[in-house]
Write a protein that binds this ligand. Structure first.
Ligand code: MF3
Ligand code: CO
Length: 250
């Protein structure tokens, strides 16, 4: 069942989303050569708890940290660790916070220092694909119009879309129905309704779409070890169009 949210509930989700956006902004400013991914996690947890919120990821199905840090060929769900970030790497930081009972979930991929054109192009394409999807989040469109928007933007540019992980409905739980794949047939799936809130999260690879899960049981890595990027926003479908709850208000 897909849970429709009232305006008041969406306002609460906006508060959770804004906290996630603020935390991600802070973490992005910390990222530079020499910083460990554990430092990012420690800082995220403190910022979230000091705001009266709960780091949603920590303890979720046994996940041990407050954020996911996925570097280079790591796609999603990478563990923060003593790994020292190096110039030229790219890092996806994925953050979730529960505030007032509602969850915000967002991710960005950013450079560590100066990076190759190949890496920067991948980041740009992945970010653009998220905004292509968000543009389709309008009442009356179909769910897989959103999915197809990612695939039909990414694949002609020579990149691939990860198929084994999806976006998702979100509310009082981080994962609600429906699942939102980043590929699919336009004109198919349920019609989008006012009051749905979805987390859209394209994962885009330079090489093959195939991924594997590492021995830690969580870290998702490209099979061919080529680069992958990931962006995510939590978005509400309003009568007037999509509202990106995890975009920082200026
Ligand atoms: N944004 C991811 C998701 O929606 C993050 C979950 S990490 C987890 O699935 F550890 F909490 F599962
Ligand atoms: Co998510």
């Amino acid at each position: 069942m897909i849970i429709t949210k009232s305006r008041a509930e969406i306002e609460k989700m906006y508060r959770a989303g804004q906290l996630v956006a603020q935390v991600l902004k802070f973490l992005c400013e910390m990222v530079k050569p020499g910083v460990t991914t554990r430092e990012l996690d420690t800082c995220a947890e403190k910022l979230i708890r000091d705001s009266g919120a709960i780091p949603t990821f920590k303890g979720y199905r046994g996940y041990p940290y407050s954020i996911c840090t996925s570097v280079n060929e790591q796609v999603v769900h990478g563990f923060p660790s003593e790994r020292i970030l190096k110039e030229g790497e790219i890092i996806s930081i994925d953050c979730g916070a529960t505030l007032g009972g509602y969850v915000g979930d967002s991710a960005v991929t950013i450079p560590v220092g100066s990076i190759s054109k190949e890496a920067q192009d991948l980041i740009n394409v992945t970010k653009n694909s998220l905004y292509c999807a968000i543009e389709k989040m309008r009442v009356g469109n179909r769910l897989y119009d959103v999915s197809y928007a990612v695939q039909s933007y990414v694949e002609p540019l020579g990149y691939t879309v990860v198929r084994d992980f999806c976006g998702h409905g979100i509310g009082t739980a981080m994962h609600e129905e429906p699942q939102v794949p980043n590929y699919g047939k336009p004109g198919k799936g349920p019609r989008l309704r006012e009051g749905w809130v979805l987390a859209i999260e394209p994962m885009v690879n330079v090489g093959s779409h195939e991924v594997r899960i590492e021995k830690d049981g969580w870290t998702v890595t490209t099979l061919d070890k080529k680069l992958s990027a990931h962006f995510e926003h939590t978005i509400a479908i309003l009568a007037e169009g999509p509202w990106i709850l995890t975009s920082l208000a200026t």
